[in-house]
Ligand binder design. Structure first.
Ligand code: NAI
Length: 737
């Protein structure tokens, strides 16, 4: 598909001739509204005329394009941008192109020669860009081009003033690229070569004619297009060729030892090594640059040898990432509220594909149904508002580019069936920040409350593309792990097609990301068309399990974990494959048409059906574990002395419910003939075990192996871990309960 600039407003400075004219014509031809700015002076900056700009505007209009002329100098940046706004109401693209030459060998450069060059090129680009900046930031879109020159990059005889200004523009662009990034305002720099009146005197006529400006314009247009995600780049362009430039740095040498001065002679003696580009690194950010220095300091501190060089790991450990786990982990977002009525619960059910054609769906679709209920996976909706509020990047140590975020995994646990309407509050905590090399993973824990009561827990795991390499850890004990399905044919398979408008419908539940509705936005993300929300597929899969294994009873839904692997296009069919293992249903979702796996590592945990349950009934809403401890108490009384001899340790227990500490117990199998009491131990327990009431019951009933519970983080142990092996002695034979 050809690229269009329809609806975009573009300013090209110095567009009365040469390269600028070519850009203006090309932008207009592709539908942009163009402001053709040119002061109309001579090549050395003298004089003024409206003729140059007018002529280009006439050319554009003759071809049916939209353009106006402007004759201000780029030194009047505010006026110039105002003219753009007056004419077209917005500003999307600024091409800083205006330029003059005042070539002299260095000794002969006058103050005026120096100042005029800086004023037009560097200061002019600064003033025009500054005037446009806030408009671009506010509309969350902007593309800025700086025009440097090979003369600035490499130097050229007689152009000291000009090279200084031209490379000054690169420095300006480097920082604008960083400051604009999170607003989708990108800035790139080109060093063009083309025949024009500026190069007339420096090139033979044949060459001048063959290096056409039209061989430069396509790069400028690409860098100005919304689809282009390049930011902070530097390109040489001419003759129909484009190349990108970057910095390269030698590995370098450390030239001092701890508590010793750095000497001139050490510099001389190591000069070749300092300048040796073997295994050179290519730092891309100031963080990377500084990181190497920090490494040098620690090398010197640890008595590194003179002649050592900072290791590659130091160079690669750093990156431009604004992530700092030490600062970010544990930080909280301000509490957020989510109010909804039955309309939202029904809308959500429709959004995840429920339909009145299935009679058993009616309880989720009709507010007067006698079992009217909210789908459990609506729990993700109650929490996502907390995350989408936009407060994330203001968390210290979490300076991320929100456009580079992918939803990687989701975990949802429900403690109480969700009400069909409510007024909920969510608290979000940064649980962990992981370094995955190519990117970073941020785990966000959201606890959602109804009044004072904990309703559900969500863990959003988001992947930030390109933010890795900051030297952080790769795994987290706080992450809810995705689990592979058993290696056998699935026990049940459900195929259901999504509709063409599935995403359009689902987004009304609160995920307004244009990626799911706006074709041009989707194209920017590299998709052929808008994609379905990952959480919508989660909703489909969740209700497939609920129907297949829990008779559509929302109170049986306990928890769900999903990894988002690939996008689904609205209209495609979802194939949910399910494996039942006790109360855990493993699942995987594919797109039927392509056989591509879209949800993996997924499972739903169900509560056992009432009646069929081998579970201990809860007493008046109390803890199931109470009964087990009562039984342990009886046993300690009976055979305490023998247990003390075998075990010889004090066990502290912390039983949690809904994530909070609900009871403490002490099993003393060390003193006297042993004892059990409710409450903490008066001294220091040899080992303290923290586990939820539910998991405790699973362990006791032999459904959950204690070792596995420990490695999956369900059972936490402080103190002498080895003693936990003796747990079996205490807990065995409780299944009969
Ligand atoms: P050009 O002289 O044809 O175009 C520059 C235009 O800028 C002129 O129309 C001039 O009237 C206008 N201008 C000068 N001062 C201005 C001011 N204060 N306010 C508004 N407009 C002003 O030259 P060309 O070659 O098209 O150059 C375009 C840009 O590309 C310049 O920045 C130049 O330094 C740069 N460049 C060109 C190269 C080439 O090979 N042509 C090589 C490297 C850089």
């Amino acid at each position: 598909m050809s690229l269009s600039f329809e609806g975009r407003v573009v300013l090209v400075t110095g567009a009365g001739g040469g390269l600028g004219r070519e850009y203006a014509l090309a932008f207009a031809e592709r539908g942009a509204s163009v402001v053709v700015n040119d002061l109309g002076g001579s090549t050395d900056g003298g004089g003024k005329s409206s003729a140059a700009a007018d002529k280009v505007v006439e050319e554009i209009r003759a071809k049916g394009g939209k353009a106006i002329a402007n004759y201000d100098s780029v030194e009047d940046g505010d006026k110039l941008i105002q003219a753009v706004l007056d004419a077209f109401g917005r500003i999307d693209v600024v091409v800083n192109n205006a330029g003059i030459l005042r070539d002299r060998s260095f000794a002969r450069i006058s103050d005026l020669d120096w100042d005029m060059i800086q004023r037009v090129h560097l200061r002019g680009s600064f003033l025009v860009t500054r005037a446009a900046w806030n408009h671009m930031k506010n509309q969350k879109f902007g593309r800025i081009i700086m025009t440097a020159s090979a003369t600035g990059i490499y130097g050229n005889f007689g152009q000291a003033n000009y090279s200084a200004a031209k490379l000054g523009l690169l420095g300006l662009a480097n920082t604008l690229a960083i400051e604009g990034r999170k607003y989708n305002v990108y800035c790139n720099t080109i060093a063009p070569v083309a025949g024009s009146r500026l190069t007339e005197s420096t090139m033979p006529p044949d060459m001048l004619n063959s290096l056409k400006p039209e061989y430069v314009a396509p790069l400028v247009l690409w860098l100005s297009h919304e689809q282009c995600q390049e930011n902070g780049g530097l390109f040489e362009v001419g003759a129909g060729w484009i190349g990108k430039l970057r910095w390269e740095r030698t590995r370098g040498q450390i030239l001092r030892k701890k508590n010793q001065p750095m000497t001139l002679e050490a510099v001389r003696d190591n000069w070749d090594k300092i300048c040796d580009f073997t295994d050179a690194t290519k730092p891309t950010s100031i963080q990377e640059s500084l990181q190497s220095l920090l490494h040098v300091l620690s090398e010197v501190e640890s008595e590194g040898e003179v002649g050592a060089n900072p290791t590659a790991s130091a160079a690669s450990a750093a990156s431009g990432s604004g992530l700092n786990p030490n600062q970010a982990v544990g930080q909280k977002l301000p509490p957020s509220t989510f109010s909804y009525t039955h309309t939202q619960s029904i809308l959500y059910a429709l959004g995840v594909g429920m339909s009145t054609k299935d009679p058993d769906h009616l309880r989720f679709l009709y507010e007067n149904h006698e079992d009217f209920s909210c789908l459990p996976t609506f729990g993700v909706i109650t929490a996502q508002a907390a995350i989408m509020g936009g407060g994330l990047s203001s968390i210290p140590g979490l300076d991320i580019d929100l456009t580079q975020i992918l939803h990687g995994e989701q975990y949802l646990e429900i403690y109480k069936p969700l009400p069909t309407s409510g007024n909920l509050t969510s608290n979000t905590t940064v649980a962990d920040v992981l370094d995955k090399g190519s990117g970073a993973v941020i785990h966000l824990d959201v606890h959602t409350y109804n009044g004072g009561e904990l309703l559900c827990f969500n863990q959003f795991s988001v992947f930030v593309v390109g933010a890795g390499g900051f030297g952080g850890k790769r795994t987290s004990d706080k992450a809810k792990a995705a689990l592979p399905p058993p290696k056998r044919a699935p026990d049940a398979v459900v195929v259901e097609s999504t509709t063409r408008d599935q995403a359009a419908l689902y987004r009304l539940s609160g995920d307004w990301n244009p990626l799911h509705i706006d074709p041009s936005f989707a194209a920017m993300g590299g998709f052929k068309s808008p994609i379905l929300h990952g959480l919508c597929s989660l909703g489909f899969a969740g209700r497939h399990v609920l129907k297949q294994f829990a008779d559509n009873d929302p109170s049986r839904f306990k928890a769900m974990k999903v990894r988002f692997v690939k996008p689904v296009m609205p209209g495609q069919s979802l194939q949910t494959e399910m494996w039942k293992e006790g109360n855990r249903i493993y699942l995987q979702c594919k797109v039927k048409e392509t056989d591509a796996v879209v949800l993996s590592g997924a499972y739903v945990d169900l509560h056992a059906a009432s009646g069929a349950s081998p579970d201990v009934p809860t007493q008046g809403g109390g803890l199931q574990s109470e009964l087990v401890f009562a039984e342990i108490g009886r046993r300690v009384k009976e055979m305490g002395s023998e247990l003390v001899r075998k075990v010889n340790a004090v066990f502290g227990w912390e039983i949690t419910k809904n994530g909070v500490n609900a009871a403490q117990w002490t099993i003393d199998l060390k003193n006297g003939s042993g004892s059990l009491h409710k409450g903490p131990y008066s001294g220091k327990a040899d080992v303290t075990i923290t586990v939820s009431d539910e998991d405790f019951m699973e362990v006791v009933q032999g459904k959950l192996n204690p070792q596995k519970a420990f490695f999956s983080g369900k059972l936490k142990i402080r103190g002498n871990i080895m003693l936990s092996q003796k747990l079996e002695v205490i807990l065995k034979d409780h299944a009969k309960l």
